[in-house]
Write a protein that binds this ligand. Structure first.
Ligand code: PLP
Length: 468
């Protein structure tokens, strides 16, 4: 009896496998054939083989029926649409995390986005002096803005802050010792660890002080003939609390000057605006480091500066000359699209309009009452839909390794009474995808990080994801 059952099941499965169309049959379907012609036969063939393998597995493991040609062609078309679409896809960030590294950190201002488009679509005077017709510098225009904003003598821009620090150390301290506080020999994330970067630059790390307390005299005592630099690193993604001490920047700058050792400062975020009036802890500012007498500083373009990915190196003319001439500078060169975006972003600060024009600062500065009114509007649009929609007090975060633990009070739309994880998944499948966060069985959408013109798209996605 048992043998007969197994035999019958085997026969049924064999007939399902036989019913599965061949690779050639699927490839010659008119829709699939059109895809091969429009894109690449090789890539479409891979998709077809992939779909057939999935179907075979489902027959073997779940006893599913073989999908028909129509179904397979439909699946291949859907997969091809996403594989051959432009990328990255625009998504709506309703997480409330202002600088979301997985979502590309800072969105650009309208002016910066226009400048990228303009720079991308044609030729430009990137390295041409239009007045003389001679070769110009791709750094000059942006460096002028940086110097004006930070009060430094000179500046140069590279690919990102990680490469800025690497280049700075290689140019200034290769073959020498670099003194770092034990509490600042940190990992920034994504494999960027100060001790490793130092080693890669050819400099030798000398740790001084203790994890929680380091004094200026610890630095001073460690200075010797082999000292190439003192390095300060802003511990941007964690906080040490309680019995702690770290020397002031001005104190170290003074020691450096007295002993003839350059003082370098990795600020992490390039925060050109004071964070205090926004209700946040103080974030170190490049202007302050310059005023304190730091020789060279490094900061990111796409953290609190609110611009494109970039690494900014600013400081004394003498040090910047050394940095710019180092062979690594060419290896970490920034591209023209990022330069265009950075130039426009910096101009917002020069014109004193950053709070109004730079999206990151608009989000940080958004008034709770306005956020609440927006969340209420979203809630009203969900009247009659499944789930329990309310507007709740919540918190937004800065993210991007800036201002750890600092939050801003906000109001979020909460949808409960439905499968929140499933709803989040359906929102990610919307067009454009909407990214929220799931907290205690509810889906939360924070208006703070949703750009002004994205409300309609967000609501359409939400209504669609909730169904009827
Ligand atoms: C974020 C950060 C970096 C790396 O900057 P990227 O622009 O992401 O390369 C380096 N140092 C510190 C202190 C940081 O916070």
């Amino acid at each position: 009896m048992e043998v007969c059952d197994t035999f019958a099941r085997g026969m049924r499965m064999a007939s399902r496998f036989r019913a599965l169309p061949s690779v050639d049959r699927v490839m010659s379907d008119t829709r699939v054939d059109a895809l091969s012609r429009a894109y690449s036969r090789r890539a479409v063939l891979e998709l077809v083989r992939d779909r057939l393998a999935v179907a075979r597995r489902r027959i073997a493991e779940n006893g599913d029926d073989a999908p028909g040609l129509d179904e397979l062609a439909g699946e291949v078309s859907a997969q091809a649409r996403s594989r051959f679409a432009t990328w990255p896809r625009r998504v709506i960030n309703a997480t409330g995390v202002v600088l979301h590294t997985n979502l590309g950190r800072a969105p650009l201002s309208a002016a910066a986005a226009d400048a990228v488009r303009e720079a991308a679509a044609g030729f430009g005077d990137l390295e041409l002096d239009l007045a003389t017709g001679r070769r110009g510098s791709r750094q000059a225009a942006v460096a002028r803005h940086i110097c004006e904003l930070t009060g430094t003598e000179a500046a140069t821009v590279v690919n990102n802050n990680a490469s800025a620090v690497l280049l700075g150390l290689a140019a200034i301290a290769a073959g020498k010792q670099v003194i770092v506080s034990r509490g600042e020999a940190v990992e920034i994330g994504g494999g960027f660890r100060i001790p490793d970067v130092l080693r890669q630059s050819g400099a030798e790390l000398v740790e001084v002080g203790t994890t929680n307390r380091t004094y200026a005299r610890d630095f001073e005592d460690a200075i010797g003939d082999d000292t190439g630099a003192l390095l300060l690193v802003h511990a941007s993604n964690f906080r040490v609390m309680g019995f702690t001490h770290s020397p002031g920047i001005a104190e170290l700058a003074q020691i450096g000057r007295r002993r003839g050792v350059p003082v370098l400062h990795d600020l992490g975020s390039g925060c050109l605006l004071d964070t205090k009036p926004f209700g946040l802890a103080h974030e170190p500012m490049p202007q302050e480091s310059a005023a304190a007498g730091v020789d060279v500083m490094f900061f990111s373009g796409d953290k609190l500066l609110g611009g494109p990915q970039a690494g900014i190196i600013a400081g004394s003319r003498r040090m910047l000359d050394i940095v710019s001439r180092h062979p690594l500078a060419r290896a970490v060169r920034i591209d023209k699209l990022s330069m265009a975006a950075l130039n426009s972003t910096l101009l917002h600060y020069v014109k004193g309009e950053a709070e109004r024009e730079v999206p990151v600062w608009c989000m940080i500065g958004a008034k709770p009452d306005d956020i609440r009114a927006r969340a209420e509007r979203w809630r009203r649009a969900l009247a009659g839909k499944p789930g329990d929609a309310r507007v709740l007090e919540s918190t937004s975060a800065i993210g991007g390794g800036s201002l750890p633990g600092e939050t801003l009070p906000t109001w979020a739309l909460s949808v409960s009474g439905v499968d929140a994880a499933r709803l989040a998944e359906r929102l990610r499948a919307a067009d454009p995808p909407v990214i929220g966060r799931v907290e205690r069985d509810a889906l939360l959408l924070d208006p703070r990080t949703v750009l002004e013109d994205e409300d309609d798209a967000l609501l359409a996605g939400l209504v669609g994801a909730l169904g009827n």
